[in-house]
Design a protein around this ligand. Structure first.
Ligand SMILES: Cc1ncc(COP(=O)(O)O)c(C=O)c1O
Length: 357
């Protein structure tokens, strides 16, 4: 594991991934648009590397304390990491994870590529049993969309004892709030589409490995499978990363306040807020139609999927046919942004009037 840089995360986010200082050298990395390079160097071709990706990767490496490889999307990063599992190997995963990841595991299971043991990773005894003889453990914390927390230090100890590779999808918490490599994770994955870039204007993924060997295998996967990031996307993600700390702090403060107020609202049956990050889930009274009336009547909150942008958005998760059926029909997942909290509350409160019809 690379030692984290001695600067605090806010400083790393601003200062890492910049070109070397030289008189009249640019302060920001150039956007290098090239499919090929003059022969004789280490990169050679655009699928094997790009100086703009490298700048983003060095910043994320410093933030997470590992070695980062960027990909075309979060799912491309997930795919590369799952490909570390040997053929016929066993993946331990919670049913409370991003459903795209779960759907991919199902497909790979159906084709005989690997086997999946599904276990609630908040259950320590069941987890210990499931880890026996497994190859990789996949965890998201807070979980999606119930926002439960998994004790990463404890899971890191258990996976190490069992000789199982631990992978943490850190998309929801970000390295500002949680650094899983320090808890013993072997790889951290991000949908950088979300908080890392922060403006809902690109798709990008990153996998950060604790050691150089794993990182090399991830680069090898990217080079051969070809899910490379767009250069402009990588540049924009780095630009977004500069304000990560400010965005996360503000969004988290808004989320905590809204969770408190929602907990007292008569239309709300339950609030799930883990005191970590800016995602809040609320279970409304009434039925799916009532919840749909709420998402259909906000003016400021955007009715959309995804998360982690500067703008606040919300959606009823069960509108997606692939969502876990244990998720209540009236659960709304809120991605709280950085707007003024009173404006957010006024809009939400007005929309909640529609629960009653
Ligand atoms: C937690 C999590 N991981 C991975 C992904 C996949 O990322 P992408 O959409 O960038 O491919 C998502 C997307 O919503 C996500 O929420």
């Amino acid at each position: 594991m690379t030692e984290p840089a001695s600067y605090a995360p806010a400083t790393i986010a601003v200062s890492a991934g910049r070109p070397p200082r030289s008189p009249d050298g640019p302060m920001n990395p150039p956007i290098v648009m090239a499919s090929t390079y003059h022969a004789g160097g280490e990169v050679g071709y655009g699928r094997y590397g790009n100086p703009t990706w490298e700048m983003l990767e060095s910043a994320v490496s410093a933030l997470e304390g590992g070695v980062a490889t960027s990909f075309a999307s979060g799912m491309a990063a997930v795919t590369a990491v799952i490909d570390l599992v040997p053929v016929g190997g066993v993946v331990v995963a919670s049913p409370a994870a991003y459903y795209g990841t779960l759907a991919m595991l199902v497909r790979l299971e159906e084709t005989g590529r690997l086997r999946v043991r599904r276990v609630e990773l908040t259950d320590r005894d069941a987890t210990t049993e499931a880890l026996q003889g497994a190859d990789l453990c996949w965890v998201e914390t807070p979980t999606n969309p119930m926002l439960r927390r998994v004790d990463l230090d404890d899971l890191g100890t258990r996976t190490a004892q069992a000789g199982v590779m631990l992978v943490v999808d850190n998309t929801f918490a970000t390295p500002i709030l949680q650094r899983p490599l320090q808890s013993g994770a072997d790889v951290v994955v991000h949908s950088a589409t979300k908080y890392l870039s922060g403006h809902s204007d690109l798709l990008l993924g990153v996998a950060v490995a604790a050691d150089a060997d794993i990182a090399e295998r991830l680069v090898g996967h990217r080079s051969t499978q070809g899910a490379v990031p767009g250069t402009i996307e990588a540049w924009l993600a780095l630009r977004g990363l500069r304000t990560l700390q400010l965005r996360v702090e503000r969004a988290q403060a808004n989320a905590a306040e809204l969770a408190r107020r929602l907990g007292r609202h008569e239309a709300v049956a339950q609030v799930h807020y883990p005191d970590l990050g800016a995602m809040v889930s609320v279970v409304l009274h009434g039925d799916a139609a009532a919840a749909d009336r709420v998402t259909g009547s906000t003016e400021l909150w955007v009715h959309a999927t995804s998360l982690g942008g500067v703008e606040s958005s919300l959606e009823r998760r069960r509108r997606w046919p692939g969502e876990n059926t244990e998720v209540p029909e009236t659960l709304l997942r809120l991605s709280v942004g950085i707007e003024d909290v009173e404006d957010l509350w006024a809009d939400l409160e007005a929309a909640l009037e529609h629960v009653g019809g």
